[in-house]
Ligand binder design. Structure first.
Ligand code: SF4
Ligand code: SF4
Length: 249
């Protein structure tokens, strides 16, 4: 899929409202200024996302406590994930906590797992309709108006990051498109990011274990930490170049 097509679809579905992001505070026109947020290259309202930015997340597992699910709760609240399912396997799961134990050392870790916003996303490759897409700034999304619920992308995702909505939904956030019969996953809270805010999980983490920012900006905190400290991509052998990085595992 061409970058233009991706961007057009992305804008149609997700960027109807003004988009704000960027570097520094720059005067655009009389009375109009860009705001510095999260180390991203700022853009004016209505301007498309740009590959000058690659949004990413760094999760420090040494700060992440087993049993804490503040990020999961914040995600559900923000994105209108409030349906009751009788079979837990059918629940939507944009972010989940997982506990790991190294069988050799006995060392334990607890960490949030979410869509890794792959640079080379297998979900996008297999989608027959183009509903799965990657924005120019690296955020991987599903256009619910095009998704036919075939679930190819769910099978292709190595991280089990996607789920299908099985039932009618109520009390939704109008900024977050969801719908019965569509596949969905973490959007990095694109509706918040496009307004210059942090994803809800990042904001809610009581330990400040999650850091969000522009991987392409060498001056951003996330880029500097990744340059300095040892970080891990889950299943790095797949060479998907993930937007989500972990520290401490
Ligand atoms: S983690 Fe899964 S859903 Fe997310 S971009 Fe990668 S393949 Fe797609
Ligand atoms: S379920 Fe939807 S997003 Fe996933 S592959 Fe099928 S059409 Fe594409």
């Amino acid at each position: 899929m061409s970058e233009d097509r991706i961007e057009n679809k992305s804008r149609r579905s997700f960027v109807g409202a003004a988009a704000v992001a960027g570097i520094g505070v720059a005067a655009l026109a009389p009375g109009l200024k860009l705001i510095e947020v999260a180390g991203a290259a700022q853009r004016a309202p209505g301007e498309p996302a740009s590959s000058a930015v690659r949004w990413g997340m760094l999760i420090d597992t040494s700060k992440c406590a087993s049993g804490c699910d503040a990020c999961v709760k914040a995600c559900a609240l923000e994105n209108g994930i409030n349906e009751t399912v009788t079979d837990a396997r059918q629940g939507s799961q944009w972010i989940r906590k997982i506990d790991l134990k190294d069988p050799k050392t006995g060392q334990e870790h607890s960490l949030p797992m979410l869509c890794q916003h792959c640079e080379h996303p297998p979900c996008v490759d297999v989608c027959p309709t183009g509903a799965s897409m990657k924005r120019a700034d690296g955020i991987v999304l599903v256009d619910r108006h095009i998704c036919i619920g075939c679930r190819y992308c769910m099978m292709a995702c190595p991280y089990k990051a996607r789920s299908l909505v099985h039932m009618p939904l109520t009390e939704q956030n109008p900024l977050v498109p969801r719908g019965q019969g569509c596949v969905e996953a973490c959007t990095f809270c694109v509706h918040r990011v496009d307004r210059g805010q942090q994803p809800a999980c990042v904001e809610a983490c009581p330990e400040k274990a999650m850091l969000f920012g522009n991987l392409n900006d060498p001056n951003s905190e996330i880029a500097q930490r990744i340059a300095k400290e040892k970080t891990t991509q889950v299943r790095a052998d797949l060479k998907l170049n993930l937007g989500v990085r972990y520290q401490g595992i």
